[in-house]
Design a protein around this ligand. Sequence first.
Ligand code: NDP
Length: 282
Amino acid sequence: MILDGKAVSEKRLEILKEQIEESRLYPRLATVIVGTDPASQMYVRMKHRACERVGIGSIGIELPEDATTERVLETINRLNNDPDIDGILVQLPLPAQVDTTRVIEAVAPEKDVDGFHPCNLGRLLAGSPVFAPCTPQGIMTILKEYAIPTAGQRAVVVGRSIDVGRPMAALLLNADATVTICHSKTRNLEAEMRSADILISAVGRAKFVKPDMVKEGATVIDVGINHDEQGKLCGDVDFEAVRDRAGAITPVPGGVGPMTIATLMENTFKAAKLRTCDSTVR
Ligand code: NDP
């Protein structure tokens, strides 16, 4: 079974559009990009387009490539204090001179629609997330949409970044899976991967996952965005080789990527809803 993230995201965006219209909350997202990295610019453009589609207002702030940490922090502070902004998204990676940790920690937790602030990551780990990072949350949505069970299942997450691997493991644990996190120092990696009922690859290496690393019938979720030898977009999974062995598999493109953006829209609407009640995530 191909897990069609594009189709699921389309459906979620349509539902969200109606919910936003009915709510009359007029959510607003601010994006902050530093420099001119073409991939980052493309991702930000896609996020603004999704905002437009569902009825979220958006503003884009572009800072120069040589912007200092202080300059980025000033921008974040201004957005934190702007009552017209519900969500703040800082496009990563930031240029080397900018202190990414300070920037992430400067975003007000109640506007942290990316879910990277330690306050939100802590809540996620405690089992009561407010904003979970968009990519792993989007993966949970795909699993749910396709009724793939997680409770009691053995899930193996390859990758331990704060944007994907770690929060993915926390979400799966919260959904009652038995979770193993693997990384570049893991011994017997292939055996660990082969033990998975649900295998999530967030490594960033083209065609890293081969059929002999996958249990027959497993659900394989490919987070990677890479390019193969021909320069063609591909994931971490050798899709053509693995698809017959997997029970369910996400393609690249059209799998996890669209879900990340749809989840960002959902998180922004959630931030707008939080704004209107007394509850806060501080
Ligand atoms: P990072 O580079 O931050 O993390 C990669 C992880 O993979 C690290 O934990 C690293 O281990 C591990 N790793 C690297 N090589 C190996 C190996 N040979 N064996 C086992 N583990 C290994 O990447 P991200 O988590 O940010 O992203 C991963 C991929 O997902 C990238 O291709 C990225 O572009 C993509 N991505 C896609 C998104 C989407 O919306 N589809 C969103 C975000 C990311 P260690 O920690 O030991 O170094």
